[in-house]
Design a protein around this ligand. Structure first.
Ligand SMILES: [Mg+2]
Length: 226
């Protein structure tokens, strides 16, 4: 094993809860004077464009979701909406209790570390100030790379950056949007992380049918480093 490639949300951090995501959409809809339900739907509808970096800024991503609503949004509220979104995301980027020590332990074995995240632009903006930045050698963000999981090209770009082959790399993720199956198809070793005590967290097309290796804590990953 020459490298470990991590998903971010639900892997190195807990996913936000459904209630937290609901509160975020509600606050943003309120400053934009639109329906929270319609904004939430709009945010889902525009996911693929957003995650592929089709919007230049967080502001454009919010505006694209707001434009899906049946009434015009209050454009003057957009700057405040961006602040709200960044504030929530920052609070969702807290490392799991064993995340940093596990990554450090992996690196101490001479194994390279990478990140493959489907995210909006605020994540690469916040990244340099996160503790992860010091221990993840090669972070790849969908919004910056203009690729997203499960597109094979996104995984292949990570392999290029880490200078390893898929068969030399372990991919670890909670399994949103078919990311585990896609990695396995490309020849990665794959482990799902899914703590059994996490209920009501926010998922997107979760791979409920995954039958491969599964762990509950990041520290269990060490046994898969061969
Ligand atoms: Mg995830």
């Amino acid at each position: 094993m020459k490298a470990v490639l991590f998903d971010l949300f639900g892997t190195l951090t807990d996913n936000p809860t459904e209630a937290e995501v609901h509160a975020l959409h509600h606050e943003i809809a309120s400053v934009l004077n639109i329906s929270p339900q319609e904004y939430r739907e709009g945010w889902k509808t525009t996911f693929h464009d957003r995650a592929r970096g089709m919007h230049a800024t967080v502001k454009e991503s919010i505006a694209a979701a707001a434009a899906c609503c049946s009434t015009p949004y209050r454009a003057a509220g957009l700057d405040r909406a961006v602040e709200i979104r960044i504030h929530y995301t920052r609070n969702w980027l807290i490392p799991r209790p064993d995340a940093l020590e596990t990554i450090i332990s992996i690196r101490s074995r001479g194994i390279r570390t990478g990140l493959l995240s489907n995210c909006t632009d605020e994540v690469p903006m916040l990244w340099p100030n996160l503790e992860f930045a010091a221990v993840i050698d090669h972070p790849l963000f969908s919004s910056s790379e203009r690729l997203r999981k499960p597109m094979p090209e996104f995984y292949e770009r990570a392999l290029e950056r880490m200078n390893v082959k898929a068969a030399e790399c372990l991919f670890v993720a909670d399994g949103d949007n078919g990311e585990l199956a896609a990695a396995r198809k490309l020849g990665f070793d794959v482990v799902m992380i899914r703590p059994s005590w996490l209920l009501n967290d926010y998922r997107q097309n979760a791979e409920e049918d995954w039958e491969g290796p599964r762990i509950e804590r990041l520290s269990e990953l060490i046994q898969y480093l061969k």
